[in-house]
Design a protein around this ligand. Structure first.
Ligand code: URA
Length: 185
């Protein structure tokens, strides 16, 4: 089994789909690869493409703050990755063929990090990992068994909280508390 560093080195030069042409760089992950808690988002945006780390823009700052307030961890205490490792042009939705081409990187990350809890952020990551077409509003609010003893806690994408305000933030806080309980039942 290759190490996470080896997988990352391979991913950094991936040209498996056309998104490779438009990227500044591959955005693999940030945080602690030994963490029990992992977050999975959709795809890098402009800030992430430029800086090379997931969730470094406004929605990432909100995410980090909510995690600190509800779980008590700073950004070194969890692992963060996206479903797609390269930025779709203009932040459009990922295409099925891009998701399919990119999927094995996320699978390797889950296998090597071996988190206890995965929090999926928004429709795209949640549907993709739970392999469903159900929407986030119906899927969130409970813990889903995932695989190998890992539980999955779906929540809204922090950009929905930036747009939607207090009610969305309150639901995200409740989901983060669910994740915290699942970490140490
Ligand atoms: N949105 C995501 O889904 N991921 C990022 O890394 C940034 C914004």
């Amino acid at each position: 089994m290759p190490t996470l560093a080896e997988i990352e080195a391979e991913a950094k030069v991936c040209v498996a789909c056309p998104l490779a042409k438009g990227r500044t760089q591959v955005v693999f992950a940030r945080g602690d690869p030994r963490a029990d808690l992992m977050f999975v988002g959709e795809a890098p945006g402009r800030d992430e493409d430029l800086q090379g780390e997931p969730f470094v823009g406004r929605s990432g700052k909100l995410l980090d703050r909510l995690i600190a307030e509800e779980i008590g961890l700073d950004r070194t205490g969890y692992y963060v990755a996206n479903t797609l490792k390269c930025r779709p042009p203009g932040n459009r939705d990922p295409l099925p063929e891009e998701t399919a081409a990119c999927r094995h990187w996320l699978e390797s990350q889950i296998e090597l990090v071996q988190p206890k809890v995965i929090v999926t952020l928004g429709n795209f990551a949640t549907r993709s990992l739970l392999n469903t077409t159900e929407g986030i509003t119906r899927l969130r609010g409970r813990v889903h068994p995932f695989r190998d003893g890992i539980v999955l806690v779906p929540t809204f994408h922090p950009s929905a909280a930036l747009r939607g305000g207090g009610a969305v933030v309150a639901d995200m806080r409740a989901d983060l508390i669910r994740a915290k309980r699942a970490l140490s039942p």
